[in-house]
Design a protein around this ligand. Structure first.
Ligand SMILES: Nc1ncnc2c1ncn2[C@@H]1O[C@H](COP(=O)(O)OP(=O)(O)OP(=O)(O)O)[C@@H](O)[C@H]1O
Length: 270
């Protein structure tokens, strides 16, 4: 479990990124922080692996205040996936994926021997192992980023807009892949996005943030969609958007769901 206990962050220079934020991320769950640019999402995520230290408050992992943990050791024990993959361009895919296990002291040969299974796990052809990141598509690079984050089998995965730089179709594939992986692996995932649809797809729980990490609402996707806490959440979730305004229509004896623009989006199961 990850616990934010009234954390605040004022960056040197005076910019206040987060004000007294508290949250529990239960083990084996996916919690999504969603909010517009500058709401403090990345700052909060980075507090978990001590890339950012709070100016006030505490972050605990399984009950232990991480302020007492060595930041480098801590970072290597947590998977971290970034929007641009963060891959080393002059190292092969295999070397990129094996980086953390090797840093953790695993013999290089053994770490490299585990690469094909990791690649297969994220839906990548192990034949790509000898290629370089620039030879892969954006979506494939993101899969490498996920494989690298999983390589040392961390309990916690931090994901910062990991699918933000790929086109919508690939994005959807990567989301499906993450759902499949999570059903298999049961990691504790803290996921950051500004895309509410992505949050709805992936999150067991969603935290909608306003500026400075102020929580507008938290809950399951169902709770947030059914009962947005205020005007801000209504707007953010797009309750009034045509594609969220479904009505049922009878056509040839079957019941279709039709959106606010009249487009059919689904059919009720008999
Ligand atoms: N290293 C830094 N130094 C000073 N100010 C910073 C730093 N990092 C972030 N900030 C400021 O803190 C606030 C929150 O930034 P943060 O990146 O956490 O938000 P975010 O919700 O992740 O935004 P985005 O979606 O644009 O990444 C912003 O006002 C930003 O300008």
């Amino acid at each position: 479990m990850i616990e934010f206990d009234a954390v605040s962050k004022i960056y040197p220079g005076g910019s206040e990124a987060v004000r007294e934020f508290s949250l529990r991320v239960p083990s084996h769950r996916t919690v999504v922080l969603v909010g517009s640019s500058g709401s403090g999402k990345t700052t909060l995520l980075r507090m978990v692996n001590r890339m950012v230290d709070p100016t006030a408050g505490r972050v605990l992992i399984d009950g232990e205040d991480i302020q007492s943990r060595d930041p480098v050791q801590l970072r290597r024990s947590i998977g971290y996936v970034l929007q641009q993959g963060g891959l080393l361009p002059h190292r092969t895919i295999a070397d990129n994926i094996a980086t953390v296990p090797i840093l953790n002291g695993m013999p290089r040969k053994q770490a490299l021997a585990e690469v094909p299974a990791l690649m297969a796990r994220v839906g990548l052809d192990p034949g790509f192992a000898r290629r370089y990141p620039g030879q892969l598509s954006g979506g494939q690079q993101q899969r490498v980023g996920v494989a690298r984050a999983l390589a040392s089998d961390p309990n916690i995965l931090l994901m910062d807009e990991p699918f933000g730089a790929v086109d919508p179709i690939v994005r959807r594939e990567l989301q499906d892949e993450l759902l499949r992986l999570q059903a298999e692996l049961g990691k504790t995932i803290l996921f950051v996005t500004h895309d509410i649809d992505e949050a709805f797809r992936l999150g067991d729980e969603i935290v909608v943030l306003k500026e400075k990490g102020l929580v507008a609402q938290r809950g399951t996707p169902q709770q947030i969609l059914a009962a947005p806490a205020d005007e801000f959440v209504r707007d953010f979730v797009g309750v009034g958007r045509a594609e969220r305004q479904l009505v049922l229509e009878e056509v040839d004896g079957r019941t279709l769901a039709v959106d606010g623009d009249g487009r059919p989006v689904g059919i009720l199961r008999a």
